[in-house]
Design a protein around this ligand. Structure first.
Ligand code: TYM
Length: 321
């Protein structure tokens, strides 16, 4: 089964990235799995070049520390493979302006910025290019990327109908729980790299005492009943989902074990520390060896180019180039 997914290096990854995406990537990794640090995507934000360079290597190191093995899967940096940007252009001439302006993420992010970049609008087309270049059948992502996956499917189908069968139509795969981890301080919005919510966001490189502090301060409610109900009890349900995801059980059965919010919070904190602390320690080791990280990236790019190039050529030829 061909798999592709990606993560932006726009900041240190957080618990949502880990539970919604990275953990799935690790369990699905094999010779047919491609995972990218999508640095081109981060240019949609105003990010200083030096910071982008550092964060791209940080993100690569986080993925290795989380358990992605460059011997088993293909781990690469998007901008090292020129066909992403090239196919992006071809697909921009297949996608319509209307469908891009309808994207929820675009509406939210463009509303927060004045004079936003055109890339913010066209970014889902680049994401479609990432996926279609590798003929990915499955794309493991969190819930917030589902709409972008729908767009990638539509673009693939439209292209195939108009120009001949070149692309595989991909499918989104989200985990059963924690596909949408919410901000601990405001459980009505998702945990996010781009929102500034230091206490509401658990970063994968947070130290244990920071994690404990953030979980203890997580916003819940006052009725005191431990019950899984995302609508009426969003904060508590978020904690239940986090623990459910880390212990591979249903949030309802997690809820049944607790009488008090405090006990639940202690166990959530312990489970998150148990998952992230080994990652953080491995990261500190791996990040020191930049030569090794660069070797991983070079090798990944070579493998990715070998897969992407024939697909790009087929698409370009089909369109008459
Ligand atoms: P990004 O970098 O925002 O997030 C990386 C992955 O983490 C998931 N995620 C979450 N899951 C659960 N709860 C959350 N609060 C949460 N926040 C983020 C995302 O769904 C994603 O799977 N456009 C993509 C990157 C991308 C991509 C691709 C993904 C570019 N090209 C091709 C798949 C295939 C993005 O910005 O993800």
């Amino acid at each position: 089964m061909r798999i592709l997914s990606g993560i932006q290096p726009s900041g240190v990854g957080h618990l949502g990235n880990y539970l919604g995406a990275i953990r799935q990537w690790v369990s699905a990794q094999d010779a047919d799995a491609y995972y990218a640090v999508v640095d081109l995507h981060s240019l949609t934000l105003d990010i200083p070049p030096d910071r982008l360079r550092v964060q791209t290597l940080d993100t690569l190191a986080i993925l290795v520390a989380a358990g992605l093995d460059p011997e088993q899967c293909t781990l690469f940096i998007q901008s090292h493979v020129p066909y992403h940007a090239q196919l992006n252009w071809l697909l921009e001439c297949v996608a319509s302006y209307g469908e891009l302006t309808r994207m929820t993420q675009f509406k939210e992010k463009s509303g927060r910025q004045e004079g936003y970049r055109v890339g913010l609008l066209t970014y889902p087309v680049l994401m479609a290019a990432d996926i279609l270049l590798y003929r990915a059948e499955q794309v493991p992502v969190g819930d917030d990327q589902r709409q972008h996956l729908e767009l990638a499917r539509n673009i693939a189908e439209r292209f195939n109908n108009r120009y001949g069968e070149v692309f595989t139509v991909p499918e989104a795969v989200a985990p059963p729980f924690a596909a949408r981890v919410m901000d601990l301080q405001d459980p009505s919005r998702k945990m996010s790299k781009s929102l500034n919510s230091p206490l509401g966001t658990i970063y994968v490189l947070d130290e244990p005492d920071e994690i404990v502090r953030k979980v203890k301060k997580a916003v819940t409610d006052t009725d005191g009943e431990v019950r899984y109900d995302r609508d009426d009890k969003p904060g508590l349900s978020n904690l239940l989902e986090i623990l459910a995801s880390l212990s591979d059980e249903a949030p309802e059965s997690v809820a049944a074990r607790y009488q008090r919010y405090g006990d639940l919070k202690s166990d959530v904190a312990e489970a998150v520390v148990g998952a992230l602390e080994p990652l953080r320690l491995r990261f500190l080791d791996i990040r020191e060896d930049e030569t090794l990280l660069r070797q991983v990236a070079t090798r990944g790019a070579d493998k990715a180019v070998a897969t992407a190039e024939p697909l790009y050529r087929a698409a370009a030829e089909a369109m008459g180039l």
